[in-house]
Ligand binder design. Structure first.
Ligand code: 5GP
Length: 189
C-alpha cells in the first residue's frame, strides 16, 4: 500500500537492529486518514471472506482494528494483557511473549464475546515473530471460532512471523513489508 510505505520511509525510525519506531502515525499519534485507507484496503483484500468480528490485542492494535471494523460493519474484541477482576474467570487465555516488553503475558478474552459461531479477522499493527498473532489464533481455536485471516499493517519480512502464521494454515495479508534495515534506513519490498 503506497501511502503506508511512504509514511514508513518518511517518518519511521530504526531504533535498533530489528525494531522500528512509528510513533508519529501508528503507535502513539495515529493518522486517521491513513487508518481509513488501511481499513478500505483490508476490506478489499478479504472481500471473499465472511467476517463477523475483528479480534486484536491491546494496546496498539485497537485503533487500527476499530477503523477496519467500520469497513466490515462488525464489532471489535481486543484481548487484554492487563485484565482486572471485573473480567471474571470465565475466559480464554494464551501465553504470549511481547516483542517490545521482552516478557510473557497471559492474554485473555471473555467467553461472553467470542464463540464457535464467529468468523474472525485478526488485525494487528506490526508483525515480528508472530507471537501475538499466534496467541490470538490460539484463543479463537479454544473458542471454536473460525480464523478467516490475519491482517497486519507493517510486516517485518526478515523475522519469522509470516512463516509461523502460515504454518498454522492461516492466510496473512500485510499492507507493507519491510525487507530489512540498512545503515539505519528502512528497506521496503
Ligand atoms: P510479534 O508478536 O509478531 O513478535 O510482535 C508483534 C507485536 O509486537 C505487535 O503487537 C507490535 O505492537 C509489537 N512490535 C513488534 N515489532 C515491533 C517494532 O519493530 N516496532 C514497534 N513499535 N512495535 C513492534
Amino acid at each position: 500500500m503506497q501511502l503506508l510505505k511512504k509514511k514508513i520511509l518518511d517518518e519511521g525510525k530504526v531504533i535498533n537492529k530489528d525494531t522500528l519506531k512509528v510513533d508519529s502515525f501508528l503507535n502513539h499519534q495515529m493518522d486517521i486518514q491513513l487508518f481509513n485507507a488501511m481499513g478500505k484496503e483490508f476490506k478489499k483484500r478479504f472481500r471473499d471472506k465472511e467476517i463477523n468480528k475483528i479480534l486484536t490485542i491491546e494496546s496498539s492494535g485497537i485503533g487500527i482494528a476499530c477503523i477496519v471494523a467500520q469497513y466490515f460493519d462488525v464489532p471489535v474484541v481486543f484481548a487484554k494483557k492487563h485484565a482486572g477482576l471485573n473480567m471474571g474467570l470465565d475466559v480464554y487465555k494464551s501465553k504470549v511473549y511481547s516483542f517490545t516488553k521482552k516478557k510473557y503475558y497471559n492474554i485473555k478474552v471473555s467467553k461472553e464475546v467470542i464463540n464457535s459461531n464467529d468468523k474472525i479477522l485478526i488485525i494487528d499493527d506490526i508483525l515480528a515473530n508472530g507471537n501475538a498473532a499466534k496467541g490470538l489464533i490460539d484463543i479463537c481455536n479454544q473458542a471454536g471460532a473460525k480464523v478467516q485471516g490475519v491482517g497486519i499493517a507493517i510486516e517485518k519480512g526478515f523475522q519469522k512471523g509470516r512463516r509461523s502464521i502460515e504454518d498454522l494454515g492461516v492466510r496473512l495479508e500485510s499492507l507493507a513489508i519491510i525487507e530489512g534495515f540498512m545503515d539505519g534506513k528502512v528497506v521496503i519490498k
